[in-house]
Design a protein. Structure first.
Length: 402
């Protein structure tokens, strides 16, 4: 009943979530690249919010599908028990009929030999059990025969009660299955709705990105032409000044620094047989090797669990750990719960390469040097990134799930 209430609550939450709509703004007229860049940053934030919602729904959907599969298995097991009890009931009914026929034959023979009136026994009995009792006390059947009939009848009744209980259990499970199927359907609809919004947001981001690039190109061309004019003017002034250039000051060039990604290498961790934080060094090397083998080669796909077709964040960590013979659930929340239970969530500064790094709705594999290998939303896919902790992406910690 607790699970049924949970399913109902999940359905209500999903139905509410489906009513949440965040509109994607239309591009505004902007004259400079900085104005367009501000719009682009805002659009990316909106798109990332959709991705976060879709990631959460994907986790919920995976969990609901697992619960549905478990319920279907329970229904199948219950039906097997029902079939077994039904067969047992048939056996007891046949045995009871045989014993009743034998009793009737014995009473009939006794009646023919001039014993107690069979008619009086039948007419005075309130039930078949009462009839058996009367015949017994009339000393017309043996104590063993009466006991066998009574025991068989009791077993038949007990089996019928058990079958009724199993029928009720199956009905409850069928109702639970129906609710879970409804929840799966709603979560799939929500996922499709969010995917549509993500696609729209992606289109808007790409449009703005093109405008930003175009504006930057135009501004760069304008700057180049201005520099050529200034150079020509300076050359003319120098020619008029006996070929000497006047530089009363100077300009210094600027640079940009990218953030978010960095390279890395596989950390051996020493011995290949010793256990390090729940995992052996060999397992950690296998996990890291598997993770690095996918960097830059695999795209992000919601619910993805195969590198050949795409992965999501928990599907990526699940696949990498599977290469080391370790089974993980396909859910970032469930993986975080495993880490919390096994080793506890610790600061990344205390993490060991190969540990799982856990955020709100996201997971990755610690690569050392404050970096993580993860499968991030498009266009990133599998990458190596610097560990982050923001209000929109809370970092819980890292650790081994075993």
């Amino acid at each position: 009943m607790k699970r049924a209430r949970s399913v109902c609550a999940a359905i209500a939450a999903t139905a509410f979530a489906l009513t949440v709509v965040v509109a994607v703004p239309s591009p505004a007229v902007a004259e400079t690249s900085s104005e367009l860049q501000a719009q682009l940053d805002k659009a990316k934030a909106t798109r990332d919010d959709y991705y976060a919602q879709a990631e959460a729904v994907s986790d919920q959907l995976n969990a609901t599908r697992e619960q549905l599969s478990e319920t279907e298995s329970q229904i199948a097991d219950t039906q097997k028990n029902i079939d077994k009890v039904q067969e047992d009931i048939k056996v007891k009914e046949a045995e009871l009929a045989r014993r009743q026929a034998l009793l009737a034959e014995n009473v009939s023979e006794n009646y023919k030999s001039g014993g107690v009136s069979l008619l009086s026994l039948v007419l005075e009995a309130n039930s078949f059990d009462d009839f058996v009792t009367r015949v017994y006390y009339a000393d017309k059947i043996s104590e063993t025969q009466a006991s066998n009939i009574e025991e068989t009848n009791r077993l038949r009744t007990d089996l019928a009660v058990k079958k009724g209980e199993l029928d009720n259990e199956k009905a409850t499970l069928e109702d639970q299955k129906s609710q879970q199927e409804q929840l799966v359907s709603q979560q799939e609809a929500q996922q499709a709705d969010l995917k549509s919004k993500v696609d729209e947001a992606d289109s808007y981001v790409n449009s703005l990105d093109s405008q930003v690039k175009e504006a930057l190109a135009q501004e760069a061309e304008a700057a180049r032409q201005a520099a050529e004019r200034e150079a020509a003017a300076a050359a003319a002034a120098a020619a008029a000044n006996s070929g000497s250039y006047y530089s009363g000051g100077g300009t210094s060039g600027g640079g940009t620094s990218g953030g978010g990604t960095s390279g890395g290498s596989v950390s051996s961790g020493g011995s290949t047989s010793g256990s390090v934080g729940g995992l052996t060094s060999a397992q950690r090397n296998t996990i890291l090797s598997a993770a690095y083998s996918l960097v830059g080669k695999v795209n992000y796909v919601w619910g993805g669990e195969n590198p050949s077709t795409g992965l999501d964040c928990s599907g990526f960590t699940r696949w990498c750990y599977a290469q080391a013979g370790i089974s993980l659930p396909h859910s970032s929340a469930s993986q975080r719960a495993m880490v919390s239970a096994a080793s506890g969530l610790k600061s990344p500064s205390n993490a060991i390469p190969g540990d799982i790094v856990c955020w709100e709705g996201h997971v990755g594999i610690y690569a050392g040097g404050n970096t993580v290998i993860d499968c991030n939303w498009p266009p990133d896919g599998v990458r190596v990134a610097t560990i982050w902790n923001t209000a929109g992406s809370r970092l819980y910690g890292a650790g081994s799930p075993i």
